[in-house]
Design a protein around this ligand. Structure first.
Ligand code: SF4
Length: 300
């Protein structure tokens, strides 16, 4: 069986960068803390913990401590409070998230009401809200559009959580345009996400089976899974090699593989090995090979 791995599978630029900053910081500082998990992936979280970075749920006295800001970013209030408490701050916020922060701050200053399309409780969205002095309107794609609140907006600027489904976002923006007379739209779905979403539209059509790899807590993996599943019902979301079952590949000639932005390459490699092992055609003894000369082959 043929295994086709999406070029964009695995860590995005921002996560890779945040991991490198974290591991570099460990070499030069002790007492490193982080509010929440560095990314939504259990293997990476374990690795970070092993390296000596402590996950905390609230800031406490920060003398001789370093606070690592994750790729999702953090609110201005959090950073100010950490500095006041004595923390040294190491900022691993993805530059593409920083760009969203810049857009919302500038537009708010110019009198535009900020409208964010994203998951209401996601840390990136909370970090964007946390750059503002006023209130933002959040449109969660999983919920109804807050029409009443939007109708009251005269001048609005829309930004998007970097990992949102672009097709869905564009449909929402069309609706918002009918409600807000002066509307600016900044498409802030990041480039790595756009490439991933473009690939995941093709992968299910070109393969009999699709395997999406990533943690169940990863929002971007969930979106990849949803897009793939709608195009190919034989799409499976797995976290580790042990989640794979032989039946998933029954009569399949090809499997397309992708992985969320927080999935380490090592897990993807293990999954490829397991699929190869599960779908390997057993060699027949020479006598029986004569009667059935056609053999399937495994390739990556
Ligand atoms: S998904 Fe995009 S914005 Fe988020 S960390 Fe990765 S590159 Fe940065």
């Amino acid at each position: 069986m043929k295994i086709n791995v999406a070029k964009s599978a695995g860590f995005c630029f921002g996560v890779r960068r945040a991991m490198n900053i974290a591991l570099r910081t460990v070499r030069t500082s002790d007492n490193i803390e982080m509010l929440g998990d560095i990314v939504h992936n259990e293997t990476v979280v374990k690795e970070i913990k092993k390296a000596g970075i402590k996950k905390i749920s609230a800031l406490r006295a920060g003398d001789n401590k370093t606070l690592l800001i994750r790729a999702h970013g953090a609110s201005q209030r959090t950073c100010r409070r950490a500095e006041k408490l004595g923390y040294r701050i190491v900022d691993a916020t993805c530059p593409m998230v920083k760009e969203i922060h810049k857009i919302v701050k500038t537009n708010e200053r110019e009198g535009y009401r900020i409208i964010i399309i994203g998951d209401k409780k996601h840390d990136e969205v909370l970090g964007i809200i946390g750059q503002l002095s006023g209130k933002a309107i959040v449109i969660d794609p999983a919920q109804q559009i807050p029409r009443r609140a939007l109708r009251r907006v005269k001048k609005g600027t829309v930004v998007v959580q970097s990992t949102q489904n672009l097709d869905k976002v564009l449909r929402i923006v069309e609706q918002v345009k009918t409600l807000v007379p002066d509307l600016k739209f900044h498409n802030t779905v990041c480039k790595p996400t756009r490439i991933k979403q473009k690939e995941i539209k093709k992968l299910p059509l070109e393969n009999d089976v699709v395997i999406v790899i990533g943690s169940k807590s990863s929002a971007n993996t969930k979106r990849l899974y949803q897009i793939a599943k709608s195009a190919n019902p034989r799409t499976f979301w797995v976290q580790k090699a042990k989640d794979l079952k032989k039946e998933m590949f029954t009569n399949a000639k090809s499997a397309g593989i992708t992985a969320g932005a927080s999935t380490p390459d090592q897990i993807t490699a293990e999954i490829i090995d397991k699929i190869t092992a599960l779908t390997k055609t057993r060699r027949r003894p020479p006598s029986s090979r004569k009667s059935n000369p056609r053999r399937s082959s495994n390739s990556r």
